[in-house]
Design a protein around this ligand. Structure first.
Ligand code: PLP
Length: 367
């Protein structure tokens, strides 16, 4: 038998959001009738400029892509307010950035801190580098980071602290002062995951000037509408970025992703329209779901809402299945550590999708 690394042998598979193809087959539904509110994508589709750019580039896919990506780094640095040497780009989305963080900063036995509940992929990936997760706490009731729980978890073995703001799946923001408190309390790398920052209208880039141990992680998968192209980026000081380039796959961004990313960042109208639409959609869903008696909903600064379904007496898994039968995909949060089996997360959709979702949800949880 070929020898498998112990850690891989023991690793439980990651549970991603479910796809339209999978659900259409399982529930015998037409793909066009399925409403996907499970993966926090942009409900408006991609930028028309990105589509045009991909169509033009497609005849060149016999050639290798760029590895330096200097034009995209320029565009990202202008979008983010940093210099190009402060940018690293990942070709499997921000998930690849997490992978590069693992390769660059983790040795076997060292620790990383994750407040729970939060994005589960940090732990999934960093464990493959034989790093040890230490759990801090996100106070779900207040929808705030429990800062002392993070500070108390720091020790000499800590290499990375993940702070997700807005936090996935709760939607709450971490105050800038709290991020600074943590940055000051450690020499470890503080990774501020801003995958959803555009929907919150705030960001933490200004802190890069004062803290050399800050790394900001972002993605093209959310407001920028390119989840299927798999593009992520990170911002930090040039020295750390240079180390990360040493461990990054050389050609991870495809030619099509490259031109799609450039065209999207240049399409300022699309970015503005997408941001405004998702925020309006979120506020609509918040208001409507708040009216359903036995559901509890949390204020969110992202493009999704966390819903507490305890009072319905139906588990998230059962409720998600009932919604799937009606062609609606939401995220059953049972696999999120730090939440029990009574939480779902719903992404903002088009207004039409939102109305259908609210109507079906209401009919399933009220009697
Ligand atoms: C908080 C957070 N960070 C990072 C990611 C990874 O995004 P991607 O790999 O699509 O760029 C996601 C994806 O949903 C996320 O929710």
């Amino acid at each position: 038998m070929v020898k498998i690394r112990k850690i891989i042998n023991e690793l439980a598979p990651y549970v991603p959001g479910r796809s339209i193809n999978e659900i259409a087959e399982e529930y015998n539904l037409e793909k066009k009738d399925i409403i996907k509110l499970g993966s926090n994508e942009n409900p408006l589709g991609p930028s028309p400029e990105a589509i045009k750019a991909v169509q033009e580039e497609v005849m060149k896919i016999n050639q290798y892509p760029e590895s330096g990506l200097s034009d995209l780094k320029e565009e990202i640095s202008a979008y983010s307010g940093v210099s190009p040497d402060q940018v690293v780009i990942g070709g499997d989305g921000a998930d690849e950035i997490i992978e590069i963080l693992g390769k660059t900063f983790m040795d076997p036995g060292c620790e990383f801190i994750v407040p729970l509940p939060s994005y589960m992929y940090y732990e999934y990936i960093l464990q493959t580098y034989e790093a040890v997760p230490i759990y801090a706490r996100w106070d779900v009731e207040k929808n705030k980071l429990d800062v002392p729980s993070v500070i108390d978890s720091i020790n000499k073995k800590t290499r990375i602290i993940f702070l997700c703001t807005p936090n996935n799946p709760t939607g709450g923001l971490i105050d800038k002062e709290d991020i600074e408190t943590i940055l000051k309390a450690t020499d470890a790398l503080v990774v501020v995951d801003e995958a959803y920052f555009e929907f919150s209208l705030v960001n933490n880039v200004d802190l890069l000037k004062s803290y050399s141990n800050l790394f900001i992680m972002r993605t093209f998968s959310k407001v920028l509408g390119l989840a299927g192209m798999r593009i992520g980026y990170g911002l930090s000081n040039p020295e750390l970025i240079e180390y990360m380039h040493r461990s990054k796959p050389v050609f991870s961004l495809t030619k099509l992703s490259h031109v799609a990313a450039l065209a999207t960042l240049r399409d300022k109208n699309y970015i503005k329209k997408s941001t405004d639409y998702s925020i309006a959609s979120r506020e609509f869903l918040y208001t409507e779901i708040s009216k359903i008696n036995n559901l509890k909903i949390f204020d969110s600064k992202a493009n999704y809402l966390l819903i507490d379904v305890h009072d319905t007496g139906i588990t998230a898994t059962e409720l998600s299945k009932k919604l799937l039968k009606e062609g609606i995909i939401v995220r059953d949060c049972t696999s999120f550590k730090g939440l029990d089996e009574y939480w779902i997360r719903a992404s903002v959709g088009t207004m039409e999708d939102n109305k259908k979702f609210v109507q079906v949800l209401k009919s399933l949880v009220t009697h």
